[in-house]
Design a protein around this ligand. Structure first.
Ligand SMILES: Cc1cc2nc3c(=O)[nH]c(=O)nc-3n(C[C@H](O)[C@H](O)[C@H](O)COP(=O)(O)OP(=O)(O)OC[C@H]3O[C@@H](n4cnc5c(N)ncnc54)[C@H](O)[C@@H]3O)c2cc1C
Length: 265
């Protein structure tokens, strides 16, 4: 269990950021689901509850999801069900149970860049960006690779495209983390094949995505693209699965997801 010395609920992001930077162990609170599992000694805990960061908004070019939006909000959002074949609700709806999904936040998840994350894999296939209070707007892909100095994730920004997209994952049991997860998106001829929980962070299989875009999408092409993806991405072993098993499962999930995306058209 973590311990907190002081607790503040700032009224502005500037104030929250100032407190965050003031001391090394000052910490932002998301849903606290992950923080609670650790034994961190927090100086000042910064609750973002008064900053109106719980939103899913639609604009002409984008959809924006605030940092304090919960997975349950994402799961039941009529707007997100309408876009990308409901990719985002689909990606979160198997995570543990409703009680956890009512608590965990988009900000806490994306900022932490968890390798096992299902949401991040899906967001990467939509070419999302993140807005950090200090560092500003960066692509999610860049943020996953490079992280940032201590900052506050304000929102996730998704380009409102006509992408068809599918999320798939494989778990040893319903409430466990995924052994591998994949998200595949297509807009016109542009494909994006993404795999996460490898167990490293989600990554785009760029060669495979390009290959598919230039192929005739025959079953041999799809097979080849899935093989290419697993050879260009690295996989690892941990208590859940071996590297070889992950690779084999990823290939199957990708093939299925490509087929499902084609069936959406
Ligand atoms: C038992 C359990 C099982 C899980 N299973 C899965 C699963 O199968 N798949 C999956 O994808 N996820 C899973 N998760 C992870 C979950 O989805 C969340 O990613 C995780 O709980 C973090 O979200 P949170 O809001 O609870 O963050 P917190 O625990 O509140 O915070 C996590 C970290 O993020 C920082 N932080 C929070 N908000 C911000 C912000 N706006 N800006 C900057 N930093 C911030 C905090 O300071 C902290 O360091 C699981 C979590 C638990 C507890």
């Amino acid at each position: 269990m973590f311990t907190i010395q002081d607790y503040v609920v700032p009224g502005t992001l500037e104030e929250a950021y100032g407190i965050l930077k003031a001391k090394r162990n000052n910490t932002i609170l998301g849903g606290c689901a992950f923080l609670r599992l650790g034994s961190q000694r927090i100086g000042t805990a910064i609750d973002l509850a008064r900053l109106n960061l719980n939103f899913i908004n639609e604009y002409e070019q984008t959809i924006e999801i605030g940092a304090m939006t919960t997975f349950r909000d994402v799961e039941i959002s009529p707007l997100l069900k309408e876009y990308f074949n409901g990719l985002l609700p689909q990606a979160v709806k198997h995570i543990v149970g409703v009680q956890l999904r009512n608590i965990v936040t988009v900000g806490g998840t994306v900022y932490s860049r968890y390798g096992f994350s299902d949401l991040i894999t899906a967001l990467l296939s939509l070419e999302a960006e993140v807005e950090l209070f200090k560092a500003g707007r960066v692509s999610l892909e860049n943020f996953l690779e490079n992280g940032s100095a201590k900052d506050i994730l304000v929102k996730v920004i998704i380009p409102k495209t006509a992408k068809k997209a599918v999320f798939n994952s494989m778990r040893n049991s319903q409430s466990d983390y995924a052994i591998v997860n994949v998200a595949v998106s297509k807009e016109g001829d542009r494909w994006l094949l993404v795999a996460g929980a490898r167990p490293q962070r989600a990554q785009i299989a760029k060669e495979a995505s390009l290959y598919l875009a230039n192929s005739s999408l025959s079953s041999e092409d799809i097979e080849h693209a899935a093989n290419l993806a697993t050879s260009e991405l690295t996989f690892g072993s941990n208590m859940r699965a071996s590297q070889k098993y992950r690779e084999a499962v990823c290939k199957v999930l990708l093939k299925r997801a490509i087929g499902e995306v084609l069936a959406c058209e």
